[in-house]
Design a protein around this ligand. Structure first.
Ligand SMILES: N[C@@H](CCC(=O)N[C@@H](CS)C(=O)NCC(=O)O)C(=O)O
Length: 205
């Protein structure tokens, strides 16, 4: 297998953190410079027509895109430690939590950063300030929502660390580019959770 990826981007980071948490090593990597547009090359879009990283090249020559799909595939090959759920019920609830984190928090962070940070102009051109501002509000609202959820449970999907925590952590790390930090926003439960995740090996990228 070979991972086609990039540095400092939240979705590639989700897969990298997943790999570390599961102790999976030895996967070859090819790193693309997104700001230089390397992922828009004919070579890359032949692997993933929507020109997004990460992409996992399988040993049979097929290309698997989408961070969550890549993680699901890797979990089927390397079941332990389990991060996606041990039975149908737990898998469904972890997927629910992960999708809610992705579609609210991570999406709002990504849209806000992409439309407001000058360093993202090569990827998001034109940038729309009004849209950035609205997405910034949604980012804060989503963070507040998960802060409330974490007052009732220790981890994003319930009682144990799962892929939903990886998705949320990678989203919040990307938000640091616009200086958004749960602790500064007074979101104590989210800040405490973030500190616990930051101590994990997968967080030290
Ligand atoms: N839903 C996709 C999103 C992938 C994605 O948006 N990747 C970003 C980096 S975090 C990217 O490739 N951006 C390139 C671009 O915007 O041109 C996934 O989960 O992998």
């Amino acid at each position: 297998m070979k991972l086609h990826t990039s540095l400092r981007a939240p979705n590639p980071r989700r897969v990298d953190m997943f790999l570390i948490e599961k102790g999976i090593t030895g996967i070859e990597r090819e790193v693309y410079d997104l700001n230089a547009g390397e992922h828009r090359s004919a070579k890359f879009t032949a692997m993933n027509p929507i020109a997004r990283v990460p992409v996992l090249e399988l040993d049979d020559g097929r290309f698997l895109a989408e961070s969550r799909a890549i993680c699901s595939y890797l979990e089927s090959l390397y079941p332990e430690p389990n991060l996606l759920g041990v039975d149908a019920e737990e898998r469904a609830f972890i997927e629910m939590a992960d999708r809610q984190v992705e579609l609210t928090l991570l999406a709002a962070v990504a849209n806000h950063v992409r439309h407001s940070h000058p360093g993202l102009l090569p990827l998001e051109n034109p940038q729309f300030a009004d849209y950035a501002a609205e997405q910034g509000k949604r980012m804060v609202a989503a963070a507040a929502l998960f802060d409330q959820l974490l007052s009732k449970r220790p981890w994003m999907a319930g009682s144990r660390f799962t892929i939903a925590d990886i998705t949320a952590f990678c989203g919040l790390e990307f938000a640091r580019l616009v200086k958004f930090r749960p602790a500064d926003a007074g979101l104590k439960h989210l800040a405490d959770w973030r500190e616990r995740v930051a101590e994990r090996p997968g967080a030290r990228l």
